[in-house]
Design a protein around this ligand. Structure first.
Ligand code: ARG
Ligand code: ASP
Length: 720
């Protein structure tokens, strides 16, 4: 009896200890820190297969896509796979009412039809090197934080210059572990990236913002691009003569499928996490910052919705903006709720008590670390009002599109008033502003912005201390007696920024002395007031405190590592390439509810609702479902799997990242996290933190069966 109970417990213990899932690991340290554990969890390949500087490895197939996503190379002709929401901007830019690729999807049926995307680039990491000692040379503890930063910058610039002078590659140096370690990242950036295909939004964005951050999920969140290079295989600006990139490595794609309990890892570019904050910081973020920002975004979203719901033209214009505002609105709600549910602040406090006990356990420790926690307390209490003022500036002040647009013209006024006018710089600036103006008006609908302005001004006024309000509130209070609507009417009536024609006329006929007209423009004045508020009030205060916090955090990180010398620490995400691993795993979101780890096509049919924009299902997809026309892409169970969840620790930036199986084959594309686990940027809870991925077989099924672009599948290496 005893014996059998013991054996029953083994898998459970095994599971808890082995499959924690937390951690975003540095590729070049995998062998040292993670390989053994990854192999115990089921991995059949080696750390060297993932990251190698001696031969091609998985890392040669992973790129940073655009400014904030990951993508992977899936053919020997530079074919690139990422999320639909990562390619969204590009797809939208090629869309119009006549060619609505957002709604209808887009498929280049041959390479000639692929679409160029000026401004879009992807970056490959060639290798990384630890450079801590060189970066910290001549840095010492008696330096002020400013002196320290200056020295670090000087050392880093020197190293980068030395490297770049004999190389075609670029280098950056980034701090890890809060500035306790530094790595040089060597990169190659490709600039001719063409759109190959995207499903219609009712597949690529199925469930829309309603399902965003949620499980169970049925989104076909992918889009396909291709990297082009010059004839010699080197990165180059777009040219018709360019050829498809021949990568060092591309990912094989497995159609074997995944099962609960299977090992997976995610290889990509997580942007930012803050796992080592003290409890007071987590409290500030989740109980003060988030609630204010949520309210401000909610206000904008409601107004967007009112205007777009029955207006398809405006809906296209606002699609990208709406998705952007809604995304972090919902994330913040989930994050605050998640910290509360896991009692995150209490957990951090308990940890801090332990830390404190250790930190006063000897006079030497006490001298170095005894004052850390109270110092954090005092710094964060000074930071809080400034941070709120900054949030309002960005979310309320610059949430008014007109004002946000007007601020781009401030450089022109500076150039126009400089001693010794630089005509060339002015004319370059005018060209830039004309482009900006085209882009702005393509997606601008002033009835929305007017309503947003009235609502945001009111919230701004009601929620912030007077010393942190921009100067235009004086006018609103004194001249307009707090009538936000008539102030808004005045701004829109008088400003040239909501009139494309007058703005273009102004730019076309621009002479330096015309800057005065800008300075008299009320939208430009609002932008200037916000800038002054930032430059003279918010920034000076924040800078000082942030310097202090940088130093405290660096010391706290070092102290925590010293307190637990046997513990493996991972550095916070900083937009460098990382590996995170876990397993396919369902979860309990709440009492009595268990979520399975995968969804199927049947679920799409269940969610279908032609009356709701987010849940429209294409006829073609229904037909394929009814006829079970699944090709080789069905699971053993006979259904098409759409998405799955796993316990890989991911964050923003990991979107588009490959999910790989124990043989290093592509089985999914990461695109989201489940709502209950969105606090993982601050604290990871293995019970509920799950990343959401597209099952690679759904991608293949849509490309081949739905879009009829099977020629793309022929390009890929499919493994049975
Ligand atoms: N939540 C995902 C991420 O943070 C997907 C966002 C795009 N989708 C959307 N419905 N807004 O990027
Ligand atoms: N959806 C996110 C992204 O775009 C991923 C996440 O936050 O989990 O990177």
């Amino acid at each position: 009896m005893k014996k059998s109970l013991f054996f029953l417990l083994i898998p459970l213990l095994f599971r808890l200890s082995l499959f924690a899932g937390e951690g975003m690991w540095i590729p070049m340290l995998l062998q040292q820190l993670n390989e053994k554990e990854m192999q115990e969890m089921g991995m059949n390949i080696t750390a060297e297969d993932i990251y190698s500087i001696n031969h091609s490895s998985l890392k040669d197939a992973i790129v940073l896509f655009g400014r904030g996503c990951t993508a992977e190379i899936i053919s020997d002709q530079g074919l690139l796979l990422t999320n639909h929401h990562c390619g969204y901007g590009a797809i939208q830019r090629h869309s119009s009412i006549e060619h609505d690729y957002l709604t209808d999807g887009f498929w280049a049926m041959n390479k000639e039809e692929e679409l160029a995307n000026p401004g879009l680039s992807v970056t490959l990491m060639v290798r990384m090197e630890e450079v801590t000692a060189k970066v910290l040379e001549d840095v010492n503890d008696s330096m002020t934080e400013a002196e320290r930063s200056a020295k670090i910058k000087e050392n880093s610039d020197k190293l980068i210059e030395e490297f770049e002078k004999d190389s075609d590659y670029q280098a950056v140096i980034k701090p890890f572990f809060k500035g306790n370690a530094y790595y040089m990242i060597i990169t190659e950036t490709f600039k001719d990236i063409r759109l190959v295909g995207a499903p219609p939004s009712d597949i690529g964005k199925f469930g829309g913002d309603t399902d965003n951050w949620m499980w169970p999920r049925h989104t076909g969140d992918f889009s396909v691009f291709r990297i082009y290079t010059d004839k010699s295989g080197k990165p180059a600006e777009y040219s018709k003569e360019n050829i498809p990139y021949q990568p060092k490595y591309h990912l094989p794609i497995s159609i074997k499928g995944v099962d609960e309990g299977d090992f997976t890892f995610v290889f990509g570019y997580p942007a930012r996490t803050n796992e080592y904050l003290p409890s007071c910081a987590v409290k500030m973020i989740t109980e003060s910052g988030n609630p204010h920002k949520i309210k401000l975004r909610q206000t904008r979203l409601d107004i967007f919705n009112e205007h777009t719901v029955n207006n398809p033209g405006v809906r296209i214009q606002y699609a990208s903006k709406d998705a952007r505002v809604a995304n972090y609105w919902k994330k913040m709600i989930g994050e605050s709720a998640g910290i509360q549910r896991m009692r995150g602040i209490e957990k951090k406090e308990a940890y801090e008590n332990e830390f404190l006990a250790w930190a006063v356990s000897s006079p030497e420790l006490e001298e170095k670390y005894g004052g850390l926690l109270p110092a954090f307390q005092s710094a964060y209490s000074q930071l809080e009002p400034l941070s709120l003022a900054f949030d309002y500036l960005r979310e309320a002040g610059l949430g008014i599109e007109l004002v946000n647009f007007a601020r781009y013209f401030s450089h022109l006024t500076e150039l126009s008033q400089a001693n010794g006018l630089n005509e060339e710089a002015i004319s370059e600036e005018i060209t830039k502003l004309k482009n900006k103006t085209d882009g702005f008006f393509k997606d601008y609908y002033s009835p929305i912005d007017k309503e947003v302005m009235v609502a945001l001004l009111k919230l701004y006024d009601e929620n912030l201390a007077p010393e942190y309000k921009p100067a235009f509130f004086n006018t609103i209070h004194n001249k307009y007696k707090n009538d936000y609507a008539s102030y808004t009417q005045y701004v829109f009536g008088k400003s040239m920024f909501d009139n494309e024609q007058s703005l273009n006329e102004y730019l076309n006929a621009y002479q330096p002395k015309h800057y005065k007209k800008l300075e008299k423009d009320p939208a430009f004045q609002m932008a200037s007031d916000l800038k002054n508020l930032y430059v003279y009030r918010i920034q000076p205060g924040m800078n000082g405190i942030n310097r202090k916090l940088d130093s405290l955090q660096r010391i706290y990180m070092k102290a925590q590592m010293e307190m637990a010398p046997d513990k493996r620490f991972y550095p916070d995400a900083n937009f460098t390439l990382r590996v995170t691993y876990g397993m396919i795993d369902g979860y309990n979101p709440k009492d009595a509810v268990y979520y399975k780890p995968y969804t199927t096509l049947k679920g799409i049919m269940e969610k279908e609702d032609p009356a709701i924009y987010d849940y429209v299902v294409e006829d073609k997809l229904k037909e394929l479902y009814q006829n079970k026309d699944y090709g080789d892409y069905a699971d053993e169970d006979g259904s098409i799997h759409v998405c799955f969840v796993a316990s890989n620790h991911t964050t923003g930036g990991n979107s588009g990242s490959p999910v790989l199986n124990s043989d290093g084959e592509l089985v999914g594309v990461n695109f989201d996290r489940c709502w209950e686990g969105t606090m993982s940027d601050l604290m990871y809870d293995p019970q509920v933190c799950r990343n959401i991925s597209l099952d690679i077989r759904y991608f293949l099924f849509i490309v081949d069966k739905f879009a009829g672009a099977g020629y793309l599948v022929d390009e890929m290496d499919i493994v049975n």
